[in-house]
Design a protein around this ligand. Structure first.
Ligand SMILES: [Zn+2]
Length: 334
């Protein structure tokens, strides 16, 4: 039976009370709300639709916190007294808590109805619901008091509350930051451990996030991130397709980087290489400079030696000349 995971009991209607094979006639384009015109349990309703010759049925029945399903959403239930709308509609019978003229409905029944309406809308692409278009009621199609004054007065509220359940907003998430999110079941309740690990694996894989950064911390809570632009949309899309809730919980502050890493990072090695090259170039320049200064010194020494030799030769000539002068003076005196 195709239908909601929220169903608490399945009771297949008698085959003569509905039409097999909706797809031959129509797609699902609306949800029709009815009241039972009586205080009924989901079993009471199931027995009614199982009665041979009843020639009536509904997909679902809601009473208190209980949800019964009697006809698959793939098949056409006979509820709206109107063939064309029956072909399009998933129909729900709602138990009253009292009788005419107001036909009241208990609060817990109303809240269960809202959750079921939201679930049907989500799975069948009817979100956001619009009253009178995708959320309809029996008296739109037939001359009947159904769904009664009380429930009719609550229809816009049902639409608004169901839409709220299906609205998932991500405004609170800042790209680039880690955060904790809660993954919940379609009913907003906690998933079991097995479901969490299954969905988490799929969820992370489909989101394109690094699996190492998404960690289950406790029931239904995971850390994801760092998120970048578009991640939220992927998460939302996948969660929506899987019928999962996705709720922002809180940010996690990213731990600060250690001041001095033990191992030099790639950038540091490059910097060291550059420094080494600079040192080599400096050493070469110093060697060139030394060679130049040494050559200068050698030239100066050579010049000094030559000057010394010239000075010696000049001294020798001077001594020689002085000797000649002395000899000449001696000749004059003698
Ligand atoms: Zn009705």
């Amino acid at each position: 039976m195709i239908g909601s995971n929220l169903v608490t009991k399945h009771m297949q209607a008698y085959a003569g009370n509905y039409t097999k094979g909706r797809s031959r006639y129509s797609k699902i384009t609306e949800i029709t709300v009815h009241h039972c015109a009586g205080v009924m349990s989901i079993d009471d309703l199931g027995r009614l639709w199982q009665r041979v010759g009843r020639e009536g049925s509904s997909h679902y029945g809601v009473s208190g916190t209980q949800i019964g399903q009697y006809v698959s959403e793939d098949d056409i239930a006979w509820t709206n007294s109107h063939w064309a709308s029956n072909c399009r509609a998933v129909t729900i019978e709602t138990s009253n808590s009292g009788g005419a003229p107001n036909w009241p409905v208990a609060d817990d029944t109303l809240q269960t109805l809202i959750k079921l309406v939201a679930d049907i809308a989500k799975r069948n692409g009817l979100h956001p619901l619009v009253l009178g278009k995708t959320l309809t009621w029996h008296s739109m199609y037939a001359a009947t008091a159904c769904p009664g004054p009380y429930l009719k007065g609550k229809l816009q509220y049902i639409v608004d509350e169901a839409n709220k359940l299906n609205d998932v907003t991500f405004d609170a998430v800042t790209p680039g930051r880690n955060c904790i999110v809660a993954i919940t079941g379609a009913d907003g309740g906690n998933l079991t451990g097995g479901d969490i690990s299954y969905y988490l694996t799929q969820w992370v894989r489909n989101s394109g996030l690094d699996p190492d950064t998404a960690i289950v911390t406790r029931d239904g809570l995971v850390t994801v991130g760092p998120l970048s632009n578009g991640d939220q949309i992927l998460l939302k899309k996948y969660s929506y397709e899987q019928g999962l809730g996705w709720q922002f919980s809180e940010y996690i502050e990213t731990p600060e980087e250690p001041a001095e890493p033990d191992e030099p990072a790639g950038d540091d090695i490059e910097a060291l290489h550059a420094e080494l090259e600079a040192s080599k170039a400096e050493a070469q320049a110093l060697r060139n400079s030394l060679a130049s200064v040494t050559a200068e010194r050698d030239t100066a020494l050579q010049q000094a030696r030559e000057a010394g030799e010239k000075a010696e030769a000049a001294t020798e000539r001077a001594e020689h000349a002085e000797a000649k002068i002395k000899a000449a003076q001696a000749a004059l005196e003698g």
